[in-house]
Design a binder for this molecule. Structure first.
Ligand code: ADP
Ligand code: ZN
Length: 526
């Protein structure tokens, strides 16, 4: 790298983009790619990945070809670059033939700095032949984690991108993603043939985001209180699991005077585009969405991201919450979760597509997410550790601000596990949490009567605890893997690690649960 080209890069940074200095790893990446090297860039959402390929595209001779899965955003991305005077265009299925011809002409004439296209187009030999007739400055593979079959955004067309290495061995390639587990990193390096690339790994800490996870207790009211007391009039995103709950929740928020709009794949294209457009352009719009919403959305002043259903994985949670506070100002990642979430997520995995190995991976992703929910330590430490980054207590998460009280729940957990064993061994029956709690509390119902559960030694051994308290115990024990929940009915079976607890070799400390505490108070009062 000559000093001349780093100087050129710096003047592009200030003259074209209007920034005084590079951020974090940007300069190193830009320098390496301009010099013709391959790069893998792991940077959190909002970290500034775009400049890492845009500046080299401008500085190097030829056109930077950018692969992005987000057709819907290409027009916006190109318009933003054109506004800055960068010669940019895109090729995708939304263009008519005439426009395609014009873009192709511009490319061949060397009139483009940046050319966006979807992976399904780039993997076509026809496209590669065409590109070979012009001058390619570099390939940028955005959202590179989409190549991971285990990840949450797999796109099969990404798999074909490894041919770029063979077809264009002298053209630098830079792969970028905000998904940074060691496994994803290794997988994308291999699948994209980037073994010789230099790796740039930024810190994944988003220190301006306050993480908060509360036990579910009427999530709609909880969410409403959170928004109205902490973020009135702010821009935000609320994630739900199903389309139906998106529609209902958006409606409910609107009824309370919040400017909420729904977004999910089941809505007509025009409605989705209109709602996304309002969110991007106006202030204070709250999008209620499934995870179909958000990838590639660059709105700097999103003040909160709320989850009213449990995300499938820590990666998903991190990406979704990462859409808050890209401008660096204080923002909140708020989530409510309950036992029902655990059961429904497991059911989704079990009944979903994919082979056994895939389902096992999905289960372990879910387990890691649960561990984050139930941790008594700093959320950020736990979150960053998942991305192999060590850090200290942050002082800006709920567990740091109000350290959870813990209690020795060993005896209760033993009762719970024993009840499950007794029902299984003596009655050959497996139940979900509802029936188990009734057995523990000695509360007769039709099933317990017909199956003579009252005769079991575990009948009523947990009568001193409320139903809410037992549910909190079950949730936390599930999170630790001492129990597992299976099938449509969420039947509970013993997990690894149950043995030592049952034998009294290990103690179990659980966190005090605000929901169940309230439950016990009202019970005493009643
Ligand atoms: P990512 O793709 O990593 O999520 P972006 O490339 O969209 O992030 O950048 C996030 C925001 O940070 C954008 O608004 C961008 O303009 C801004 N940004 C990027 N690099 C710099 C910089 N060196 N100085 C100031 N702002 C920057
Ligand atoms: Zn913390």
């Amino acid at each position: 790298m000559t000093t001349a080209s780093i100087d050129t890069a710096r003047s592009v940074l200030s003259d074209v983009f209007g920034y005084d200095s590079f951020r974090g790893e940007q300069e190193a990446v830009v320098e390496h790619v301009i010099a013709g090297g391959d790069a893998v860039v792991l940077m959190p959402t909002g970290g500034g990945k775009s400049l890492c390929y845009q500046i080299p595209s401008i500085v190097r001779e030829g056109t930077g070809v950018v692969v992005s899965p987000l057709i819907a955003l290409m027009a916006d991305q190109v318009a933003a670059l054109e506004n800055l005077g960068v010669r940019a265009a895109y090729l995708n299925s939304t263009l008519d033939l005439e426009r395609v011809r014009e873009v192709e002409r511009q490319y061949l004439a060397g009139e483009l700095d940046v050319l966006y296209m979807a992976p399904e187009r780039l993997v076509l030999p026809r496209t590669q032949d065409f590109l070979a007739r012009g001058r390619i400055a570099l390939f940028a593979i955005d959202e590179a984690h989409c190549v991971s079959q285990w990840g949450h955004d797999f796109r099969s067309d990404y798999l074909g991108l490894h041919v770029l290495a063979e077809r264009f061995p002298d053209t630098p390639r830079v792969a970028l993603t905000a998904t940074a587990t060691r496994a994803t990193h290794a997988e994308l390096t291999e699948r994209l043939s980037l073994q010789d690339a230099r790796h740039f790994v930024a810190s994944f800490d988003r220190s301006n985001i306050e993480y908060r996870i509360v036990p579910k207790d009427g999530p709609r009211a909880q969410l409403l209180e959170f928004i109205t007391t902490e973020h009135p009039g702010d821009t935000g995103i609320v994630y739900c699991l199903s389309r139906r709950s998106v529609d209902q929740l958006a409606e409910a928020l609107r009824a309370k005077g919040i400017d909420a709009v729904p977004y999910h794949a089941g809505l007509p294209q025009e409605v989705r585009a209109a709602n996304q457009g309002r969110f991007l352009r106006e202030d204070g719009v709250v999008v209620v969405a499934t995870i179909a919403f958000g990838m590639g959305i660059d709105k700097p002043d999103v003040r909160f991201v709320a989850h009213v259903d449990l995300p499938r994985s820590v990666e998903g949670y991190y990406q979704e919450t990462g859409r808050a506070g890209r401008d660096g100002l204080p923002s909140t990642a708020w989530m409510a979760y309950g036992l029902g979430d655990v059961v429904s997520q497991r059911r989704l995995i079990e009944s979903g597509e994919g082979d056994e190995a895939f389902k096992r991976r999905s289960m372990s992703h879910l387990d890691a997410m649960l561990a984050l929910c139930e941790t008594v330590d700093c959320r950020r430490v736990q979150l960053l550790r998942y991305f192999d980054e060590e850090s200290g207590p942050c002082g800006n998460c709920d567990t740091c601000k109000t350290p959870p009280q813990t209690w020795d729940a060993t005896v209760d957990v033993q009762k719970l596990l024993s009840a499950i064993i007794r029902l299984d061994r003596e009655r050959d029956q497996r139940f979900g949490s509802g029936q188990i709690v009734d057995v523990l509390r000695g509360k007769a119902n039709d099933r317990s009567t017909s199956s003579r559960h009252e005769e079991l030694s575990v009948w009523g051994v947990g009568a001193e605890r409320t139903e809410a308290q037992w549910r909190a115990v079950i949730r936390q024990v599930l999170a630790r893997g001492l129990l597992q929940s299976h099938g449509d009915y969420g039947v509970l079976v013993l997990g690894e690690g149950a043995g030592p607890v049952l034998r009294g070799e290990e103690t179990v400390f659980l966190r005090e649960d605000p929901v169940s505490k309230r439950g016990s108070r009202s019970r005493r009062a009643g």
